[in-house]
Design a binder for this molecule. Sequence first.
Ligand code: FUB
Length: 308
Amino acid sequence: KVMFRFILLITAAYGSLLFADNPIITEKYTADPSALVHDGKVYLYAGHDECPSGEHRYVLNEWLCFSSDDLVNWKEHPVPLKANDFDWARGDAWASEVVQRDGKFYWYVTVSHKKIHGKAIGVAVSDKPTGPFKDTRGSALITNDMTTDIKISWDDIDPTVFVDDSGQAYMYWGNTKCRWIKLKDNMIETEGKIHTVEGLPHFTEAPWIHKRGEWYYLSYAYQFPEKTAYAMSKSIEGPWEYKGILNELAGNCNTNHQAIISFKGKDYFFYHTGGIPTNGGSFRRSVCIDYLNYNPDGTMKRVRMTTE
Ligand code: FUB
């Protein structure tokens, strides 16, 4: 049995060494991390993997929220959002992301739709990063019938939202093809047409957008089993230039779902593995963190997972 151990150097705030284990959460299985920096803390949002031992399927009914001010000690904020908090959804708390704008927090989620076949994307809103979150819109933002060129029911999943310096918000999502659409200022309505991103080799799912300096980064799950790859652009609307693999296969887990943040002067890569020794695997995943490092030209160095 292996407990993934790594040393997390938190010097920015404390000037001292702190030690943390990967996975970072061990009381529950956690998947599909989204991370948000707010008011000196990191908020981690993750799906709760609840697949019974011996079974091999996704069982996720809710998302979880944790916060930390040192990336070592995490506090859970109990059950802030469930898939059935969306009246129009019939379950399946797949990947999500929380973003902040003008004092409000928007939680974009993947769920299954009750009436329209397939997965759909919804959004819930709160005044606090820990909730309570409410589906003030009352309907899906994106449904499976809006993109008909792919004949699978799970191609409209994994939303990631980015508010550009101009104030324009964009939502990216997808499986097999990566899509994007603008959001209105209220963050709960789309604006204009759905676009498809070209030039992302082996795009599977799990897009994540972040910006550093003048570069925009679009990282995503690549092939299956999944690695993480990424592309860069000088514009949020592309064109995107493919730059290569950012993270290798995550051990005994066939998906690889990332979130990227800067916190107290360092850059971090959140992902999941099947790293809990008791029954961990592709359907009982666990969130991990490792450092992310950039090259002088803005490209990202391959992440060295604790397990490597
Ligand atoms: O957790 C269910 C699905 O697995 C997510 O939506 C994908 O990104 C993959 O991690």
